[in-house]
Structure formats: C-alpha cells, structure tokens
Design a protein around this ligand. Structure first.
Ligand code: ADP
Length: 470
C-alpha cells in the first residue's frame, strides 16, 4: 500500500509534542512492514534541514486567494528516517524557526495544504490513501473532494487522525477565498459556529476519522471544545487507535541520551545512577522519591494545579519527596511554579524550556511521572515512563485511562486518580510516597511495566486494516 502522511510535525525534523512523535514513528513501521509510507510537511528552518541532503522533486506555482506563490518540494536523499520524507518550501512563509505561534499561522498552513494537494495533483499515479493529521492538514479531504481544480483526486481515500481536538484551525469567513474555488452550496461542510473550522471540516469530509485512544473518542462526544455534537453525529466513521511508541528510540538499554543504560533485570541499579545525575544537577535529595512532570505548562495538562499540589503535599505529607519539572508554556503557570521553587529545601526544581536530552534522563532517573491532565488524547509520557520503569501517576482520562492500571487492581502498576483537582493529586502523591517505602513492591511494579508492549506493531496493523477497508 502507498500512504501519504501530511502533518505539521515529524520527529526528529520538527516536534512540538506527541503529533511529531507519532508521525516520526508510524511511517517508519509501515515502511518496515513492506508498505510505501511518505511524509510531507512544511520546510521549517531546522537543524535537520541543514544537516541532511535533499533533492528538489517538484516546483509548482499556485495561489492563496489573490496571492500567487512558488512552492518547492524537496526530498531527503538518504532515507535518514526510514521512510520517504518530503518538505514543502514556501519562501518567507514556512521557512521560519518555530513551527507555530505566528500571527499568520492560518495563511501558513492553508498555503501548505494547497501546495500539498497541488503537488499531489501532479503525480502520475495515485497513492492508496492520504492520511492527514490534525487541523493543520484537515482541509485537505475537503479540497480533494470538493475543489473544482482537484476533482481528479476525489476518489482517493482520506483518513484524518485527531491528535488534539482543542486546536481546530478557525478561520473567519472573510478569508474563505483562501480555499480554492468550490461549489458554494457545499459551504456548510466548512462551517462550525459561524466560522470556518478546519478540524470540523476534516471530520465531515475525511472517509474515516481516528483519535489516538478509545477513551478520548468517547470523551469527545461530551467535551470537544465545541465540536461535541459533531462527534456524536459522526461517531459511525470514527475509530480509536492507541498510539504506539518508538521502541527503538525509547529503550533504556540503548538510549543515546543516557550515560547509564539498564534493562529489566538491572533496572534498580540503572535507575539509581540516572537519578544521581539528576539530583546532582538540580540539587535534590537522592534518598527521597523523585516525582517528575514533563510537558507543556498549560491548563490542558493540569499544569496550573502543580504549584498548589506541590505546596499542599509538602504541608500535608511532609517534605518526603522531590519534585522536578521540565516544561514551558503559559507564563502565569511558569511564574507560579518558579515562585514555589524559591521555597525549595532541596526538594523542588524546575527547568523552563524544551530539552529532549533532559527528558530522556528524567524518564530514566525519576521514580514517578505525574500527569494530572484535564485532557489527554493519548499521552506518550506515561508510555515512555513505563518503558523506563517509572511509575505513572495519572488522572484517568483519555489515553491515560486506556494505558495505566492502578497498582491496587489485579496486575496493576500505576497510580490513578479521578479528578483534575488539587485534593486528588495530593492524595495520589501520598500513595506514591507510601509505595516508595516498599522497595520490593516498587521493583515488582517496575518489572511489570517494563514488560508491557506499547510498540507500534499492534497500532500500525489497525491503521493498515482501516486503510484496507477503504
Ligand atoms: P502533547 O502532544 O499533548 O504535548 P504527548 O504526551 O502526546 O503530549 O507528547 C509529549 C511529548 O513531548 C513527549 O515526547 C514528551 O517527552 C515531549 N515533551 C513535552 N515537553 C517537553 C519538554 N519541555 N522538553 C522535552 N520534551 C518534552
């Protein structure tokens, strides 16, 4: 089968979160299974671009409304990622340092999508499926089906995967002329709540829609940032397929970011050595359980609850644990956490920023990973943590609910709590501190988690079955 993935992120080229991890891994496994998986994404100014070689495969000329532009598609030459990688260059628009966060993001990503469809229209053959990811690519199924100039692409099956439905790609109607001409009576497909909504349009127009866990799909029917009714209505064509993790990149026995490698048998010693590195670097006490948080510091992740939960834990449980936070995001959350860290007595440290290498050492060296998410479509952190023998403390929502069993249940291994509120988090932290007092049980849970299989093989097969059904 030939699959064309369209995405704004792909690890290691450019990643802001889980989307990048998934699009960097799934095509690799599809290619290894004998399929042709291609990824096309914007050409940002990244290290990857400068450190690899590319060939120009296509040059085109198209328009975003009245603005005509040249785009170039380049292909990575040496199969560095294990699949065919194509980058779309639109001078001045996509070639920037950051992936998102510009005032003209709408123009950037709509131009990207137009360029991708335009390029696809120039192919001499058709791929078996076009698999688009999140709202930055979600207008493509509409364009392929309903825009006059791409009519010959209308029979190519499309799949939309929603990695996060909070972000939907809203566009006011006065910019509707950006989208290549279509039958105006189809306008309703583009609209949600009086504006153009790329994600809603993708849900309506893609042949099939997937979310990155079953529970998230269920939850979207009552909490989807305004799209609840749409998910209820379209539930017949929606499927939940849990993300896998790239077990080649994320393996404590070979992880290139780690100085101290370990496997199931040597987990206790290996983790202690990595913990030592962290405690030394961040001035923490090695004797106490190390509880870490890695991720975007935003309300969706429950990061706004951390400062109070940490303060309350110190007050109610005592200073019996260390906290280490790696992340960046909303300034009010960062400021709040930095204020708490001033009160640290060698038991709380925070690193503001994005640091891939540090995240690996934390997965390896921490005893617990805390994820108090309000929304978690799949969540990769808990899967990485478990592969590294780090006990996840999670709010049971979305993918966290699907992947973490509480250690109080038969064959359980993690700590679950029900509500994204400070009281529930503090209680879960108390359970973690109690658990840490029992080294034999900790060792058993670590071994149990490290044996779990979150590899891509199962999920990849589910995607292939879905494509085949189209
Ligand atoms: P989301 O995509 O919603 O941010 P996921 O759990 O799906 O959340 O994916 C998060 C990914 O981003 C994980 O690989 C995590 O390790 C990584 N990550 C998040 N924040 C940071 C950070 N500040 N530094 C390094 N890696 C980070």
């Amino acid at each position: 089968m030939e699959i064309l993935h369209v995405s704004a992120e792909c690890y290691p080229v450019a990643k802001a979160g889980g989307l990048g991890d998934v699009v960097g891994a799934l095509p690799k496994y599809q290619t290894a299974a004998g399929h042709i998986a291609k990824v096309v994404m914007p050409m940002y100014k990244t290290k990857f671009l400068y450190n690899n070689q590319f060939d120009v495969v296509h040059k085109g000329y198209t328009n975003l409304g009245n603005w005509w532009f040249i785009y170039t598609v380049i292909k990575e030459r040496n199969n560095a990622l294990g699949f065919d990688l194509y980058l779309v260059d639109i001078n001045g628009l996509l070639d920037r340092d950051k992936i998102y966060g510009y005032d003209d993001d709408s123009e950037r990503f709509i131009s990207f999508q137009i360029a991708v469809v335009d390029w696809l229209a120039s192919w001499k053959h058709h791929p078996d499926v076009v698999h688009v990811h999140d709202h930055q690519a979600a207008l493509i199924p509409f364009m392929m089906k309903h825009c006059y100039r791409y009519q010959h692409l209308r029979d190519i099956p499309t799949v939309l995967t929603i990695h996060n439905a909070e972000y939907q790609g809203w566009l006011s109607w006065d910019k509707s002329y950006y989208i290549p001409a279509w039958d105006t009576w189809k306008s309703g497909l583009l609209e949600w709540n009086k504006s153009i909504n790329a994600l809603a349009c993708g849900v309506r127009c893609a042949w099939k829609v997937t979310t990155v866990s079953w529970s998230y799909l269920e939850e979207l029917r009552w909490a989807a940032n305004g799209l609840e009714a749409l998910f209820e209505y379209e539930k017949g064509k929606c499927y939940g397929i849990l993300n896998g993790i790239d077990t080649k990149v994320w393996d404590p026995a070979t992880d290139t970011y780690l100085e101290n490698h370990y496997d199931i048998k040597s987990n206790a010693a290996g983790k202690t050595k990595n913990k030592e590195i962290l405690c030394k670097r961040f001035g923490l006490d090695i004797e106490k359980p190390l509880i870490a948080f890695i991720g975007r510091l935003v309300g969706e992740k429950g990061a706004d609850l951390l400062a109070q939960a940490i303060g309350d834990s110190f007050y109610y449980i005592g200073r019996k644990m260390n906290f280490l936070i790696l992340g960046s995001g909303a300034s009010y959350i960062q400021d709040g956490l930095e204020r708490v860290s001033i009160l640290s007595d060698g038991d709380f440290s925070i690193f503001i920023g994005y640091d891939e290498a540090l995240s690996h050492v934390i997965y390896a060296g921490a005893d617990f990973i805390l994820m108090p998410s309000r929304v978690e479509p799949c969540g990769l952190n808990q899967m990485y943590a478990m592969r590294y023998g780090t006990v996840p403390i999670v709010r049971a929502t979305g993918g966290l609910r699907d992947t973490v069993k509480d250690f109080g249940d038969p064959d359980g291994y993690g700590i679950r709590f029900s509500n994204a509120i400070v009281g529930d988090i503090t209680h879960a932290l108390w359970r973690a501190v109690q658990l840490y007092q029992e080294p034999l049980l900790m060792e058993e849970l670590r071994r149990r988690m490290m044996r779990l299989d979150f590899s891509w093989e199962t999920s990849m097969q589910q995607y292939l079955d879905l494509y085949a059904s189209l």
